[in-house]
Every structure is written in structure tokens, then in C-alpha cells.
Design a protein around this ligand. Structure first.
Ligand code: PRT
Ligand code: ZN
Length: 306
């Protein structure tokens, strides 16, 4: 009888190691509200496609390793600090108020507003000392506390979550500390702005614990965001000028470098091309006309890489 032998194990080839999961950057943006549309537009102008189907809680971009989480703005700093989202777009006012461990990466140029102290219109407001012993209604107790401490003022903070501007009118508080943009809400409620506590805009924030792969993706996204934002702050300008005016006009045009100069079909005339800052261009245009420029065209720039 032949001894029973165990079947030899089939020879297996070493299983191939699983490829490491490809990195994915998670960004938290506001689900609905003042920053949500602009945050999505920013991603789109960075060439990132999001399907605009029914509003989901999260969505994956089709052409960039990015997942978008749609959240209430108040929750974004916490999600980012805990690493649930790697980065986020939120008002700087919310970032400071929530006081979480996040890094501010880049101002984004939209959602501009200020957090201000306001009092009833008829009050003769004499400065921060007026607030001593008063009651101030706000949804921003942390920022307000810091501000009062810096000013050496002791005041009572009444924390309320919405419709702060009605507090003085119903006798709930002597002053409010709230977000102001155009000022019309204060006006409608019989209030006037007394102090600016902070100015704010939407900012890109990041988790302090990004690994190398995610950091590389963030850098790639940031490069695009900066190209889009720089472009928005500048205009492309084209003009015609007699050759005798080229030097004066070149000195007026700041541009990225010196302007491009192309001869026109008409002898003695050239076309000058350059870039001007959005907020400087009215002033520059007056000076260009005075120097002899004609046929001035100002065009938007889509992307600009310096
Ligand atoms: O639902 P969720 O919690 O996500 O949103 P939210 O209602 O808390 O915030 P939302 O969408 O109103 O604002 C999001 C962010 O936009 C804020 O955190 C600011 O960073 C920024 N932002 C810019 C503003 C304003 N402008 C603004 N005008 N946030 C609020 N206001 C309100 C303000 O509270 C006041 O009631 O608008 C009123 C004042 O506006 P004016 O123009 O009358 O002065
Ligand atoms: Zn909110």
C-alpha cells in the first residue's frame, strides 16, 4: 500500500502587489448660499468638470482627482481640520470664528464683506469706549471677544444665530456685530456702522495633515486657481498710436514686461499690446488718450501665468 501523500500545493506565482490607490483630493464647499456658486465656478474655470446633475452631498470630478463635498459653511473648518476634507472654501470670517486647526492657503477674491459693529442711527457713537458695559448681539462671539479684549472694553456678548440686525430694535441688545456687505440691511433696521472688526473674503483652507501626494494635487490646483485669479485682476489692452508717442505710452503701460509693438499698415503708426490691472485701467486710459493713443480695446483675460 502506498502511503497517502498529500497533494502537493499547486505552484502559484507570487500575486502581483495591489497598485497603491491613486490619490484623491477632497474639497469641501458650501452646499447652498452666498459662496456656493462662485466656489463651483472657480473649479470650472480651473478646467475641472463637475456633472451638474441633482444636488448630491458629494461629487467626483471627471478630469481631475478631486472629490467635492457639499456642506454648510459653518461645518467646513471642522471637516478640514479633522482631515475628512483635505481643503475647503469658506469665508475668512467663518474660518477665524471657528478657530480650528486649518491653514489659510489663498484668498479667492469673492464673497467680500466685513464684520462690523453697528449701533442705532441716533446714537452719538464716540468710539469703542461707548461699548463699555453694553450688550452686543452677534453670531461671531469668538471674534468679538478677541476684539473687545484688544480694545480693553468689557461688554456683554449675546450670542444669537440669525437676524442679528433686529436685536437693538426689539431691545435685546445695544449694538450688533454682524456681516455687512452693501450696508442696506443695517440701514433698513435703523442701524449705522460704528467699527469694522475684520474684513473678509472667501479663502482656500487646507488640513494641516496633508500627505505628499495630496499636497502635490493641491499645488496643481493652486497653480490653476492663481492663473484664473491673476487673469481676473488684469485686462488685455490694445491701442494704436503714432510712432512718436510710443515711448511715452510704453512708460504709462505697466504690463507684464514691455508692451508688444506691431507696425500698422498706415505708415508712422503702430499697435501696442499690453496688460493693465483691472483697478488701474480707467486712470491709465485717460493718460493714454492724452498721450495720443487711439482705438483703445480692453479685453478680459481668461488665464494668466506669470
Ligand atoms: O447655510 P449655510 O450655513 O451654509 O450659509 P449661511 O447662511 O451661514 O451663510 P451665507 O450663505 O449667508 O454666507 C456665506 C458667507 O458669505 C459668509 O460667511 C461671508 O463670508 C460671505 N458674505 C458676503 C456674506 C455677505 N457677503 C452678506 N452680505 N454673508 C452674509 N451676508 C448677510 C449678512 O449676514 C447680513 O444679514 O447679508 C446681510 C448684509 O448684507 P448687506 O448687503 O445688506 O450689507
Ligand atoms: Zn452658515
Amino acid at each position: 500500500m502506498t502511503p497517502k501523500t498529500q497533494n502537493p500545493k499547486p505552484k502559484t506565482q507570487n500575486p502581483k502587489p495591489e497598485p497603491p490607490p491613486s490619490p484623491l483630493l477632497r474639497i469641501a464647499i458650501q452646499k447652498s448660499g452666498r459662496l456656493s456658486e462662485k466656489s463651483q465656478q472657480l473649479l470650472q474655470s480651473c478646467g475641472i468638470s463637475l456633472s451638474n446633475g441633482s444636488r448630491k452631498l458629494k461629487m467626483k470630478a471627471s478630469n481631475f482627482p478631486l472629490e467635492v463635498l457639499f456642506l454648510r459653511d459653518d461645518d467646513i473648518p471642522q471637516y478640514v481640520s479633522e482631515g475628512v476634507a483635505d481643503i475647503g472654501v469658506v469665508g475668512e470670517n467663518v474660518m477665524i470664528e471657528k478657530n480650528k486647526e486649518v491653514q489659510k492657503i489663498e484668498p479667492l477674491g469673492f464673497g467680500k464683506c466685513r464684520l462690523s459693529l453697528a449701533v442705532r442711527r441716533e446714537i452719538a457713537y464716540s468710539g469703542a469706549d461707548w461699548l463699555e458695559g453694553k450688550k452686543i448681539a452677534t453670531s461671531y462671539p469668538h471674534i468679538l471677544r478677541q476684539y473687545l479684549k484688544e480694545k480693553g472694553v468689557r461688554a456683554e456678548i449675546e450670542e444669537i444665530s440669525g437676524s442679528v440686525e433686529i436685536a437693538p430694535g426689539i431691545g435685546l441688545a445695544d449694538a450688533v456685530c454682524d456681516i455687512v456687505s452693501t450696508g442696506s440691511t443695517l440701514l433698513m433696521n435703523g442701524l449705522k456702522e460704528a467699527e469694522t472688526v475684520i474684513t473678509s473674503q472667501a479663502v482656500l483652507i487646507a488640513s494641516p495633515q496633508l500627505n505628499e501626494a495630496k499636497q502635490a494635487l493641491l499645488n496643481k490646483l493652486l497653480f490653476r486657481i492663481r492663473a484664473v485669479n491673476t487673469a481676473q485682476q488684469n485686462k488685455y489692452i490694445l491701442l494704436n498710436a503714432p510712432n512718436s508717442a510710443i515711448q511715452t505710452i510704453s512708460n504709462i503701460l505697466p504690463g507684464m514686461k514691455s508692451p508688444s509693438i506691431l507696425p500698422l499698415a498706415e505708415p508712422g503708426w503702430s499697435s501696442l499690446h499690453s496688460v493693465v490691472k483691472e483697478d488701474e485701467f480707467w486712470e491709465v486710459i485717460d493718460r493714454l488718450k492724452a498721450a495720443g493713443a487711439e482705438g483703445i480695446l480692453v479685453c478680459p483675460i481668461e488665464k494668466m501665468v506669470l
